[in-house]
Ligand binder design. Structure first.
Ligand code: ATP
Ligand code: MG
Length: 577
């Protein structure tokens, strides 16, 4: 069906604006939400609207940025400028301290040591939003300075995760690209007496640090110079020596007690092989990289607070420009570890199957569960830049997601733990059911006879002579249980509709139309400190056969059950109520 000129224009302009905002790639989900947001009347015609938007998105995404700009200018003169102003004035994040338009550089620095999770989404979205807000630059920098942790698979997973979130960095780089430069700065620091090579073993370093005492390696510059040579020509064994910052061994802040800046690691680095053995720690690489990358506002989670002094001390000693450090709280959910370090062992021990397990807060897990990237962005922005270590309820994220998907999810029937229901006085027929009560998402034909399935939970509440409505079908009255009063099978009679108002309604699946179906329900992985043995429940039952025709990834609502994402043929994952 064609839309009128007005509607076509709204769709085109929305797609173009969204594409220009995201480096030429608009997204169907986002555009649908924006179009029905500005034209609620179109909600009733989603069946035609969705294909139209999909087609327009494909067409416009294939154009160059310049062509998209020209088209937008033609379709809605002045619109691209207006948008920028409107966006910055409505920006949900507070203004950034000391930020100037056109002069802001932010970065997101993940270590490619695992799959990205929703905590990374928080950091990356905030970084990207601020760069946008001030017309600045956003850098994705892989903080890959430990060859024992990094894997190519993880670089790719992080890039894909950000791409899925609609985050498009202006620059992508690796800290390892700068390894020579980082070495130069390391040398410079030793030569200027700001760091030294320490050959004490781990335990000694640890003990002396705890007691606030220096070791002998610290004091002699000649020893330091001799060792410096050995450090860089590869004479030391793996872990045999470290370069330490000459801080203050009696400082209250233990992060200043001569922290390690470089260590010798023998391992194959996924980007540069094994020719480099001397690797900087996070404490050294982060400030130097931020400074040379031109980062103006370096944001990180609050747990690094004690290391802020070190960050600035290193830059001071190297005479490098200092970015502003800004902190925000780490995102945590109840019962779910949001940290690669905590997720990895769960996979290694086989507690969860993979990084895409829907119980995990990884982006892959969350996506598989049925959440949309837009819901994650709204959720993150709703949290803002707080420092308080509160755990936001997962329900908030669910509410954002529900709001986006509710209008375009078909309402379909699934019965869990099925119980047979036989109706006495009805004949076989084909009925037509609407796929959504208010929006036009089409209809489906369902053959019904006198045999049905209802859920055990509903059956358990029924008694002889109870009246109940089979949704969108007819009312029935329970006559008996078969066999012998157990609720494994029920016999009922159809009754006239107008007998009673407010009669309870239940979903059903016709026996002639039923397919075996499973829905995976996930719960908190941990209850307190303990693994929750019921974190994964597989609900078995029957769904109407129509469900088997839907593509994987389709989001639907099983009536009186919840929103689900189709994960595989005959199997869905519960997203939320
Ligand atoms: P982990 O490895 O345990 O997931 P991390 O902080 O070492 O945590 P990185 O890959 O180094 O992980 O993190 C990259 C960026 O993402 C950092 O700036 C960090 O502050 C941020 N980040 C990581 N986890 C969270 C979280 N749960 N909430 C908010 N930001 C986070
Ligand atoms: Mg880290």
């Amino acid at each position: 069906m064609a839309f009128n000129e007005d509607t076509e224009k709204i769709i085109k302009v929305t797609v173009l604006k969204n594409a220009l905002e995201y480096k030429g790639k608009s997204r169907v989900d986002t555009v649908i939400a924006k179009v029905i947001g500005s034209r609620p009347d179109l909600r009733s015609n989603l069946k035609n609207l969705i294909p139209k938007i999909t087609e327009t998105v494909q067409k416009i995404n294939s154009l160059s940025l310049a062509d998209q700009k020209a088209l937008l200018e033609q379709a809605a003169p002045g619109e691209s400028q207006k948008k920028k102003i409107a966006e910055s004035s409505q920006a949900p994040l507070p203004p950034l301290q000391g930020a100037e338009i056109g002069n802001v550089v932010t970065r997101f620095p993940p270590e490619p040591s695992g799959y990205p999770h929703i905590g990374h989404a928080k950091a990356a979205i905030i970084d990207e939003e601020y760069a946008h807000m001030y017309n600045g630059k956003f850098i994705l920098r892989f903080d890959d300075t430990n060859p024992l942790n990094e894997k190519l698979e993880y670089y790719e997973a992080i890039s894909e995760g950000l791409e899925w979130l609609g985050i498009r960095p202006d620059i992508v780089k690796n800290s390892s690209d700068d390894i020579q430069l980082l070495h130069e700065y390391g040398k410079k620091l030793i030569l200027s007496g700001g760091a030294y090579v320490c050959t004490c073993n781990q335990k000694t370093i640890h003990d002396l640090r705890a007691r606030g005492l220096p070791c002998e390696c610290r004091n002699d510059l000649n020893v330091a110079l001799d060792r410096l040579k050995k450090m860089f020509d590869g004479s030391f064994e793996h872990n045999a020596a470290v370069i330490r910052f000459k801080g203050d061994m009696s400082n209250q802040n233990t992060a200043m007690r001569d922290p390690t800046l470089f260590r010798i690691i023998d391992g194959e680095h996924p980007k540069i092989g094994n020719k480099i053995r001397l690797w900087p720690t996070y404490d050294f690489a982060a400030p130097v990289e931020d400074s040379i990358d031109g980062v103006t506002h370096a944001m990180r989670t609050k747990e690094y607070e004690l290391r802020n002094a070190l960050y600035f001390a290193i830059l001071d000693r190297l005479g490098l420009r200092k970015p502003l450090l800004i902190e925000f709280s780490r995102l945590e959910f109840n019962g779910v570890p949001i940290s690669k370090r905590k997720i990895k062992p769960l996979i290694e021990k086989g507690i969860v199957k993979s990084w895409s397990d829907p119980r995990l807060p990884t982006l892959m897990g969350i996506k598989r569960k049925g959440f949309l990237p837009d819901a994650i962005r709204k959720f993150v922005l709703s949290l803002g830049l707080t420092l308080a270590e509160t755990k936001p309820p997962v329900e908030t994220l669910e509410a954002f997601n529900r709001k986006i998907i509710d209008s375009y999810c078909m309402r379909l029937f699934f019965v869990k733990d099925p119980v047979e229901l036989q109706i006495q006085n009805v004949s076989s027929k084909e009925i037509i059911l609407k796929n959504h009560p208010n929006n036009d998402l089409g209809t489906r034909k369902v053959p019904v006879s006198d045999s049905f399935y209802i859920s055990a939970e509903d059956a358990a509440k029924l008694n002889i002579n109870d009246e109940i409505r089979l949704m969108d079908l007819y009312n029935i009255k329970i006559i008996k249980f078969e066999p012998n009063q157990t609720r494994k099978a029920l016999i009922a009679a159809a009754i006239p509709e107008n007998i009673r108002q407010g009669i309870p309604k239940i979903q059903w699946v016709a026996k002639s139309d039923a397919i075996p179906y499973k829905v995976m329900i996930t719960r908190e992985l941990y209850l307190g400190e303990k693994y929750n043995p019921n974190s994964l429940e597989i609900c078995e039952g029957y769904a109407e056969s129509f469900v088997s025709m839907l593509n994987i990834d389709t989001r639907i609502q099983f009536v009186r059950f919840g929103f689900c994402r189709i994960d595989d043929s005959n199997n869905a994952i519960f997203t939320h109520r």
